[in-house]
Ligand binder design. Structure first.
Ligand SMILES: [Cu+2]
Length: 461
């Protein structure tokens, strides 16, 4: 019997389409940048229109195993161009998401396929990197967790994304004025509503003696959070995703600058019903709950001993830092100090001319990303940069593509991080192995500072 068209088609469908490369041709899971409305402010205040990933704030929690590959199709359903930066991932340069440097911005209605390896376990995040000053403030951010093959034993693993939102209390809308010179030339855009995971009143439930892994991400534009544990005691086990060699007791202030992350392993010590919280230091110096922990009846386990360190990630050493020649990146500008002059778009301009162009800051004499990189490195070379904060403000300096270590005065190396907070007048030396080829941004993560001069870049051949 001759096969009918119908049976022919059915037969064809039964043939497995397992040609090489077929898997990569499958459509990627979308990550859609779009409008949404969320209730950020307390009940009684209006809801807040935001720019979101997939309609939520924060965007969806992305989670994958160390050593696996993550892929998402960014779909731009906004009216403005955008792109996604995968913050802290030691990533292929073409996937870094910096529009104008590693890719063209994705136009409204357009899409871009991100697919990259995840070499390191830890707490990372993703956020817009096109006009990020405005786009991150409007809600384009989310957490990205890369799981160890052998994670530490805890009762709960909680991802806490901190934000500091500037709302108009009358309308509930995100306040405009992203180019406000006062904010840009001072400490940056500070908000009037602190949120964790999009809630001003986030509360966790736990039992006494529960062990929690708290993964804190600071997604705020400019707020430096100063945090403490109340009714809990614990250890810092990772910074900016990278495990510490040994857990460090988190008994004092936990300082989290914009873009930084900290992984804590904490034990609930409060009695049932007694106060337990992650508290933050408010502007008036008082300590207020940021995340409350409702402690219920005693858990089954008793108090435990200190946790072992997390398994290290690959390539965490920086050999040759001592003998590497430091290059100085002087940070200048801002209110109270200003600067003599800086180069901007190929011209040497005095401070008044820079201000007229919305440039309040400079890095190594350059305001904004120039045509030439701050430094070029051979692949595999150990790079050393001496950051000199010549301004009256704190800055959170972030390097894309590679983690660095700070070089401490006693000759040892600090924790491996991707963002370092610098106080006014502070000098910090950082060193890293320039083993990731490409063009990598280096900028202040107070996003108003980055948008008004504090953006530089390096190139690894
Ligand atoms: Cu800054």
């Amino acid at each position: 019997m001759r096969p009918t068209r119908r049976t022919f088609c059915a037969g064809l469908a039964a043939v497995p389409f397992l040609r090489p490369g077929a898997a990569s041709a499958a459509p990627l899971v979308p990550l859609t940048a779009r409008h949404a409305t969320v209730q950020l402010a307390p009940e009684g205040y209006p809801a807040t229109p935001v720019w979101s990933y997939d309609g939520t704030l924060p965007g969806p929690l992305l989670r994958a195993a160390q050593g696996s590959r993550l892929s998402r199709r960014l779909v731009n359903a906004l009216e403005v161009p955008t792109s996604v930066h995968w913050h802290g991932i030691r990533i292929d340069n073409a996937m870094d998401g910096v529009s104008g440097l590693t890719q063209a911005a994705v136009p409204p209605g357009g899409s871009f396929d991100y697919a990259f390896d995840l070499p390191d376990a830890g707490t990372y995040w993703y956020h817009a990197h096109t006009n990020s000053m405005e786009q991150v403030a409007r809600g384009l951010y989310g957490a990205l967790i890369v799981d160890e093959a052998d994670p530490p034993e805890v009762d709960r693993d909680e991802v806490l994304v901190l934000d500091d939102v500037l709302l108009d209390p009358e309308t509930g809308r995100i306040a405009e004025g992203f180019d406000n010179p006062m904010m840009r030339s001072h400490a940056g855009r500070l908000g009037n509503l602190l949120c964790v995971n999009g809630r001003f009143d986030l509360s966790l439930a736990a039992r006494r003696h529960d062990r929690l892994r708290l993964r804190l991400v600071n997604a705020a534009n400019a707020r430096i959070f100063v945090l403490r544990l109340e009714g809990m005691s614990g250890w810092t086990v990772a910074l900016d995703g990278m495990p510490l060699a040994q857990p460090v007791p988190a008994s004092g202030d936990i300082v989290l600058a914009p873009a930084q992350r900290v992984d804590l392993i904490v034990d609930v010590t409060a009695e049932a019903g007694a106060p337990a919280a992650l508290v933050h230091r408010a502007g008036d110096g008082s300590w207020r709950a940021l995340v409350e922990v409702a402690v219920s009846a005693r858990g089954t386990s008793a108090a435990r001993s200190a946790p072992p360190p997390l398994p290290p990630n690959p390539r965490m050493t920086v050999p040759g830092a001592d003998s590497a020649e430091p290059r100085e990146m002087r940070m200048q500008g801002g209110a109270m100090r200003g600067m003599e002059s800086a180069r901007h778009q190929g011209q040497l301009l005095d401070f008044a001319a820079l201000i007229a162009r919305g440039q309040f800051w400079s890095l190594a004499g350059q305001a904004g990303r120039g045509d030439d990189p701050f430094a070029r490195y051979e692949r595999g070379e150990t790079a050393r940069i001496r950051l000199v904060n010549d301004t009256a403000f704190a800055h959170a300096m972030h390097l894309h593509g590679m983690h660095f270590r700070t070089l401490l005065p006693d000759g040892t190396q600090g924790a491996m991080r991707d963002t370092v907070l610098m106080a006014p007048d502070e000098v910090t030396e950082i060193a890293f192995v320039a083993n990731n080829p490409g063009k990598w941004l280096m900028h202040c993560h107070m996003l108003g500072h980055a948008a008004s001069g504090m953006t530089s870049w390096i190139e690894v051949a």
